[in-house]
Every structure is written in C-alpha cells, then in structure tokens.
Design a protein around this ligand. Structure first.
Ligand SMILES: NC(=O)c1ccc[n+]([C@@H]2O[C@H](COP(=O)([O-])OP(=O)(O)OC[C@H]3O[C@@H](n4cnc5c(N)ncnc54)[C@H](O)[C@@H]3O)[C@@H](O)[C@H]2O)c1
Length: 450
C-alpha cells in the first residue's frame, strides 16, 4: 500500500492510495465489484447466477437479443437453470442481461464465456473470443480483471487476448488483470454445479492469479491455483482429452468383444470391481456435445503448429468417429436376422440429444447415425422427451409418442434418458439395437447390443 503526503492549507493530511489490485480485492471482498459475464449460454448463464448468488451485482452481455430478453423475463433457456432462480435474481436486481456493450467499462470483472467451435477445416475458430475481447479492449479500464473461460488451446490468453488488451497502453498485472479459468460445467449433472465444481485459475502474472482467485473464491467452494494461464488452458484440455482417449479405448474394446462374442458391458462392469487402478469408461456411438469431440482438436492443432505429432489422441479420435458407421452396421445386421433389408425399413431412434437428460443436440452422434441411415434409404423417426422437434439440415422431424414404437421395424437406443420406461420399450419394440446398455440385465433375442 503506497502512502502519499499532501500539503494542503499548511495542515498535514495523509492520503492512502491503493494499488489497482488492492482496490479490486477490496471491492470483491465487500461484494461491491460489478461483475460482467460475456456470453450467456450453458456456461455463462449459470456462472452469472452463481456470482449473483454470492452477492455481486452482475450484468450478462450477449449478442443474441432473444436470449437476453428471455433471461430478463425470468425464462430460462438452459436446462440446468431454473426459472425461479433466474427470476429471483432479476427481482433482487442482482442480475440483468443486455445486448448493449457500452456498459462494459463499468464492470470491475469480466468473464468471457463465448463459443469455441471448429471451422469446417477442423481448425480452431477463435472468432467469438476475438470479437468479445475487442469489445473489452476498446474501453479497458484501470483495475479491471478479465478472465477467459472458453475452452481453447494453450497460449490463447497470452498470444491472442493479451496483445489486444495491451493496445490500451495499460500494463497487465499492474493496471489491469488477465487470467484463464476453464469452465468445467457438466450440463444435466444435478450433483455438480457451478458452486461445488473446483475452479482452476492461472493468471498472466502472479497479481492476476491473486485477483482471479479472490473473485472465484467468493462463489465456488474450492479454487485451485496454477502457475500460469497457459497451464490452466492445458488443464482443461487434459481433462477432456483424457475422456476422449479412454472412450476411444472402450470403443475399441467393444469392437474386439464383438469379434469374440463377449459382452463388453459385462466385461467393464466386472473390471470395475477392482478397487484401484481402474476407472470405467463406456463405449458409445461417437462423441457428442460442445466439448469432448472438439477440445482435443484444439490441442492437436496447436501441437502440430509447434512441430509435435500427437498420435494417441488422433487414433482415439479416429476410433470414436468411426462408431456411427459401426452402429449402422449393427442395425443392418439386426434387420438382416429378421430377413429385412435396411432400405425402406422403419428405423426409430430413441434419444437424439448428445447425452442423457439434456435437450442439446449439438454434435450429437445421433445426427450422424440418422444421416447414414437416411443415405441407405431407411425410413426414419425418433422419440426424445427432451427434444420435441428436430430441425437440422436434411433432418426435420417431430418426436413421436412411445406408443408408436410397436409399428417400427427396429428401435435404436442412442441416448439413455432417465425416466424412460425401458421395460415397456422392450415389451413393445419388435427389434432393438441398444447402444447404451439401457436394457442391462435383460436377455431377449430381439436385443442387439453394441
Ligand atoms: N456446454 C458445456 O458443457 C461446456 C462445458 C465446459 C466448457 N465449455 C466451453 O465454454 C464455452 C462456451 O460454451 P457454451 O456451451 O456456454 O456455449 P453456448 O453456445 O451455449 O453459449 C455461448 C453464448 O455466447 C454468445 N456469444 C457469442 N459471441 C458473443 C460475443 N461476441 N459477445 C457476447 N456474446 C456472445 C452466444 O450468443 C451464446 O449465447 C466454450 O468454449 C465451450 O467449449 C462448455
């Protein structure tokens, strides 16, 4: 803390000047910091409400006017966010959403939670991050803390975000603060939400880490500090690549077990009885969602840019992305057993969301499978209690009631939503390809497992 002595009217007055960091920490501690969140999607909206719940006044910024209007009307468009929780925070004045970015300079902290998809060429698409950072950089203020939360390759915070912010001629770690803190939200997981998922933070300077740590410590139970923003970026990619590679192994085991006429689900269940050194992963029909299938591509792209060929990660990606074809082969074989060709057969998909109990169909392998089945001239229909209408290029269908299943030639269980009566499905469906082991414990010759 610096102390300046001023000589005013010949009387000595001591004025205490706080550094930008001390000033920010004080505001966070007193919950007087104005908190901004850019991008109010699956990640940003729950995070914004988490800050509001911790006592901050939060402004959410989003370019999608429909989303901000819905949020301000207390109508949630994110499965994990309850309308009541949203309305309560709006009523107390702790949360408000806007499209108007002129308010950014009034924020003490800004968390950026915008999408990081892949381009058609499978290269990282950082355009959303760049657009959001430009909006911040235009009016960067002394004392502001900027935290990138979007999943991205190691180096993004220092190589892309920092140079844009430094155009302000302010100095990072002294005048403003910059950190990376990966978002680990797991949509549909009632046991782990923003508050009890530990938050990893890594600043561009030690002061940046201190600032980011203080902010998150106010609203999550545990903050894990790492030595740099780059390390924090890598942590997130390790987590998702770990899942990707292990699911790849489970898928390869499923293909192998198929050859040996062994039930892979039974193998995994029995292996899980080992109390140490084994963690179960399950085969599936490829990977869905916005994270597991995409994040490793960010890592492999950056690895190649640095002259490193990541072999294991690539092979896992190849195995996983071949699974939809394998499922289509299973459907073809199952129909064949019944003396039916795939062409013109009525194939019914049960569950099109990318995972259990969510309404999100982004990157869902169900879509790949449906496209492959359509190419082979199967007649398609689906049921998904979370997705009443599917409106994807080449696939516009309405979800049918469960009672329709008896009229289909084959039912393919793709997403095993809870709350579905699988016993009833087994009773009414004439033929079932179960890719999730939703019918575990049942043996019936009309069930074909992955
Ligand atoms: N969804 C998940 O389960 C999950 C989990 C962990 C990490 N992540 C990562 O978090 C990031 C965000 O993912 P998401 O699922 O919340 O995405 P999302 O698509 O649900 O939400 C992103 C929001 O950002 C808004 N947006 C885009 N550009 C903007 C801009 N320039 N300014 C303001 N708003 C803008 C969009 O309108 C949208 O509302 C991604 O990097 C993702 O990989 C997602």
């Amino acid at each position: 803390m610096a102390t300046t002595s001023l000589d005013l009217d010949k009387s000595e007055i001591s004025v205490t000047t706080k550094s930008p960091l001390e000033s920010l920490l004080g505001k966070v501690d007193r919950r007087e910091a104005r908190v901004g969140v850019i991008g109010l999607g699956y990640v940003g909206l729950p995070l914004a409400l988490g800050f509001a719940d911790a006592g901050f006044t939060v402004t959410g910024f989003d370019i999608d006017r429909r989303r901000t209007e819905q949020a301000n009307n207390g109508r949630s468009y994110i499965g994990d966010v309850n309308d009541q929780v949203l309305s309560d925070q709006i009523e107390t004045g702790r949360f408000r959403a806007t499209n108007d970015f002129v308010e950014l300079p009034e924020m003490d902290t800004i968390s950026i939670c915008v999408p990081t998809p892949l381009r058609k060429t499978k290269d990282p698409d950082l355009s959303y991050i760049i657009q959001a950072v430009e909006a911040v950089a235009d009016h960067l203020q002394i004392g502001q803390l900027i935290i990138l939360e979007s999943t991205t390759y190691p180096g993004t915070t220092e190589e892309i975000v920092l140079p844009a912010l430094e155009r302000s001629f302010l100095t990072v770690g002294e005048d403003f603060f910059l950190a990376f803190s990966p978002e680990r939200v797991d949509p549909g997981n009632a046991g782990f939400q923003t508050r009890n998922i530990p938050k990893v933070v890594g600043g561009v300077t030690p002061g940046c880490t201190v600032a980011a740590r203080a902010l998150y410590a106010a609203c999550v139970e545990r903050v894990v500090e790492v030595s740099s923003a780059r390390t924090a970026e890598m942590v997130k990619l390790l987590e998702n690549t770990f899942r990707n590679v292990n699911i790849g192994l489970a898928n390869e085991m499923a293909l192998l077990c198929h050859k040996f006429s062994v039930d892979v689900w039974e193998v995994i269940e029995a292996a899980s009885s080992k109390p140490f050194g084994f963690m179960p992963f399950y085969p599936g029909l490829g990977l869905g969602g916005h994270c597991i299938p995409i994040d490793p591509a960010y890592l492999t792209w950056k690895a190649r840019a640095n002259g490193f060929e990541p072999r294991l990660i690539e092979i896992a990606q190849q195995i996983n992305s071949a699974m939809p074809s394998h499922v289509v082969d299973c459907v073809t074989r199952a129909l064949n057993e019944r003396g039916k060709p795939l062409r013109n057969s009525q194939v019914h998909i049960l569950g099109v969301a990318y995972k259990r109990d969510v309404a999100d169909v982004r990157e869902s392998p169900a879509l790949d499978i449906m496209h492959l089945l359509a190419e082979r001239k199967a007649r398609l229909s689906y049921t998904d209690p979370f997705v009443p209408r599917l409106s994807e290029p080449g696939l516009v269908l309405d979800s049918e009631p469960f009672s329709a299943l008896s009229q289909k030639d084959c039912v393919v269980i793709i997403t095993d939503h809870s709350g579905v009566d699988y016993k009833e499905i087994l009773r009414v469906a004439p033929l079932i390809v179960d890719t999730r082991n939703a019918l575990r414990g049942h043996t019936d010759e009309k069930i074909f497992r992955l």
